[in-house]
Design a protein around this ligand. Structure first.
Ligand SMILES: NC(=O)c1ccc[n+]([C@@H]2O[C@H](COP(=O)([O-])OP(=O)(O)OC[C@H]3O[C@@H](n4cnc5c(N)ncnc54)[C@H](OP(=O)(O)O)[C@@H]3O)[C@@H](O)[C@H]2O)c1
Length: 344
């Protein structure tokens, strides 16, 4: 038996679809022997998994921008890992990679899936978890969402909710770099202080401890030109009430609605779009996949120059996946939520 085939792969599978917040019953732990990759294939050892609000949507039945995770399937997840066996000339043993690894300790990626899994080599000198944050999917969401839908111009006022989270921190920092006035919205004083004092936002409204309507009035005296919406619900309505003519609203997510057991709450103030000749547009990051390298190059430049920061909240232990995921929905994560599965 080779060193590879003596390994056991722990996996977490979707056992049932949640109603409201996911519970322990929605998950099943399984094990499988690890196998050698076939021709053109690669075997990756998972080091870090990206825990994303979108996972909640993938657990639901129904049509979306990506098929749901099937009952009994290993839960879908992006991650960073290390190649431990390769039959593919593009990847060598020891390479660090970013790929769709799913919630498991080892991921065997057959040749035909290497491209589909979005597998690419990463430079570990920029920090492994940075590749799941500013240089990864959330960072690309913030970058392309803001730049291509938000169309920021220097001097404009940008409001971003979920400001201390993965997408939010990137959006606010890029908007500052592009010369905008940036107002964050986040839960709690510690997060608000961090985005202002460490990331350089102009202000941040604590939606848990203060009145958002009053905060928007105080910190956006000239109105809102761009709103990058990560949360939906009531906060979206409050920002809609303050938008300027030709404002752009980027619908990136609506985390306040993901665990609803009642229908999603849409914006009551939508006629503000009409009055202000404004536009609200949804984005899906995967649509920009063929240009990620351009976003990554720009973000990497800012990180190296010290004009951008990347904060990750790293939780240890593969078995802690189900409980850790819930942190996203009560705001316990501070920065991009990452699960460390193994040491690099
Ligand atoms: N469209 C796309 O392609 C795409 C791609 C990636 C992410 N997204 C979306 O972007 C949003 C942010 O994702 P992320 O990965 O950056 O997550 P994140 O912001 O790092 O983490 C989620 C944060 O949401 C906040 N939150 C939770 N419940 C809330 C509620 N009821 N009201 C207001 N805020 C709440 C919490 O922060 P506080 O402590 O501040 O409450 C929590 O820390 C999500 O909606 C996600 O689905 C979309």
């Amino acid at each position: 038996m080779s060193a590879i085939t003596s390994l056991i792969n722990r996996q977490i599978r979707l056992a049932s679809r949640p109603h409201g917040l996911p519970t322990a019953e929605n998950w099943e732990s399984t094990t499988q022997p690890v196998t050698e990759p076939g021709p053109g294939g690669v075997l990756v050892k998972t080091l870090y998994l990206s825990l994303d609000p979108a996972m909640r949507g993938w657990m639901n039945e129904g049509k979306s921008y990506i098929p749901p995770v099937e009952i009994g399937a290993v839960m879908r997840a992006g991650g960073v890992g290390r190649v431990i066996a390769s039959q593919n000339p593009a990847f060598a043993v020891g390479d660090f990679v970013n790929a769709g690894l799913d919630v498991q300790e080892y991921c065997l990626i057959p040749q035909e899936q290497v491209k589909r899994n979005g597998m690419f080599k990463i430079d570990p000198r920029l920090g492994l978890t940075t590749w799941l944050n500013v240089l990864g999917m959330p960072g690309m969401t913030g970058y392309f969402g803001l730049m291509e839908v938000g169309l920021p111009r220097a001097g404009e006022t940008v409001v971003v909710s979920g400001a201390a989270g993965a997408v939010g921190q990137t959006v606010g920092q890029i908007a500052k770099i592009k010369g905008c006035r940036v107002v964050g919205i986040a839960g709690g004083k510690a997060k608000c202080d961090w985005v202002v004092n460490e990331l350089g936002f102009d202000a941040c409204i604590d939606y848990k401890g203060s009145d958002v309507r009053a905060g928007l009035k105080e910190h956006c005296p000239g109105g809102v030109d761009i709103y990058f919406d990560n949360v939906g619900g009531e906060i979206l309505d409050l920002v809609l009430a303050r938008i300027n003519r030709s404002a752009r609203i980027i619908i990136c997510g609506a985390i306040s609605q993901y665990n609803n057991t009642t229908p999603v709450k849409g914006p009551a103030n939508y006629l503000s779009l009409l009055v202000n000749r404004a536009r609200m547009e949804g984005i899906v990051v995967f649509d920009y996949a063929d240009r990620y390298h351009l976003g990554v190059a720009e973000m990497a430049g800012y990180l190296k120059a010290g004009t951008m920061k990347s904060r990750e909240d790293v939780v240890q232990g593969f078995e802690n996946f189900p409980a850790t995921l819930l942190k996203l929905f009560n705001g316990e994560n501070f920065g991009k939520l990452v699960l460390q599965v193994a040491d690099a």
